[in-house]
Design a protein around this ligand. Structure first.
Ligand SMILES: C[S@@+](CC[C@H](N)C(=O)[O-])C[C@H]1O[C@@H](n2cnc3c(N)ncnc32)[C@H](O)[C@@H]1O
Length: 308
């Protein structure tokens, strides 16, 4: 990412996004010996409707969807999915429905797009934004889809499996509801591939390790090829899209560990590192030396003819 995109704009997006989401939340201080359960408040994407954070999460997803890095990542998936007019497409874990709306424009009036999400609030908001796209919206769990086998020509799942305790269960359902010769496409993160350079050696490793301890699937991206092959898909193709930042202020719009406005009690940055970490980020911002790189994964595979 270049600075030309506007550090100031990103800073304000950060305040309205995940920063606000976590600001003021009282969590346990991070302790890598503590088991993170699905109900942990830091795993809010797994249970949005049981939190009171849906507006903040929606603001965060809106911000993320506008970022050029994310749009470029989605374009990689669009290329591999090869959606054409007339196809039946499922977007599982649709969030605000923006990707589903883009797909509806491609499949046209003779195609059909279905968008599901575990969160009823998310589905309600996506439906309110349909604007004539004609999408079918449903509250559903990707690990237990309410569709007959082979119902779709393409299934898509973006930044959802990383939140599941059992991502293979979600993948198995995507494969089941996809027709023979249809394509399953997963976009997801690999949090352990995040690399951050600051001028104190080892500091970013400690902070990132704490963040990864919160995630149920911190290395999901690198496991996708294996998971898709083992799920029975053929012609599996995995691509990685590099995502880079040269400003910690810009990175904070997406990555909470870079956001100093998130208070210590959120438990994201280990307390013993917090002061030195944010001082290092401020120095890097002032000196223009910051570097962060990570990989957005896209993994696609085809349902074999014999799987019907
Ligand atoms: C990070 S958001 C991504 C939303 C959207 N795919 C996007 O890329 O903007 C994760 C979404 O997955 C949904 N989700 C989490 N667990 C789910 C499950 N088991 N089944 C379906 N959706 C789920 C959440 O409610 C949330 O909307």
């Amino acid at each position: 990412m270049s600075r030309s995109l506007g550090t100031v704009r990103r800073a304000s997006m950060g305040r309205d996004g995940l920063g606000r989401l976590l600001a003021g939340r009282r969590h346990r201080c991070h302790d890598s010996r503590v088991t993170i359960t699905p109900d942990d408040p830091r795993r809010v994407f797994a249970h949005i409707d049981r939190s009171d954070l849906a507006p903040e999460i929606m603001a965060y997803l809106e911000t993320v969807a506008t970022l050029p890095e994310i749009r470029a990542w989605r374009a990689v998936a669009d290329d591999l999915m090869a959606v054409v007019p007339g196809l039946r497409v499922l977007d599982a874990g649709c969030g605000l429905g923006d990707a589903a709306r883009d797909l509806a424009a491609v499949v046209g009036p003779h195609g059909d797009v279905t968008a599901i999400d575990l969160s009823a609030q998310m589905v309600e908001t996506a439906r309110s934004r349909d604007a004539g796209a004609g999408i079918t919206y449903e509250v559903a769990d990707v690990t237990d889809l309410p569709y007959a086998s082979g119902s779709f020509d393409r299934t898509r799942c973006e930044r959802v499996l990383q939140h599941l305790t059992d991502p293979d269960a979600g993948l198995a359902e995507l494969v089941r509801v996809t027709a023979p010769d249809g394509i399953v496409c997963v976009l997801d993160s690999d949090w352990r591939s995040v690399a951050v350079d600051v001028d104190e050696r080892g500091l970013s490793d400690a902070v990132l390790a704490a963040m990864n301890a919160i995630s149920p699937q911190p290395d999901l991206g690198r496991t996708l090829r294996r998971r898709l092959v083992q799920s029975g898909l053929v012609d599996v193709e995995v691509r990685v899209h590099p995502i880079t930042y040269t400003s910690p202020v810009a990175a904070a719009a997406v990555y909470p560990f870079a956001d100093e406005k998130i208070p210590p009690q959120a438990g994201l940055v280990p307390p013993e590192h917090r002061d030195r970490w944010f001082a290092a980020l401020r120095r890097a911002e002032a000196e223009g030396t910051f570097w962060m790189a990570t990989l957005g994964y896209v993994a696609c595979g085809t349902v074999p003819e014999t799987a019907a």
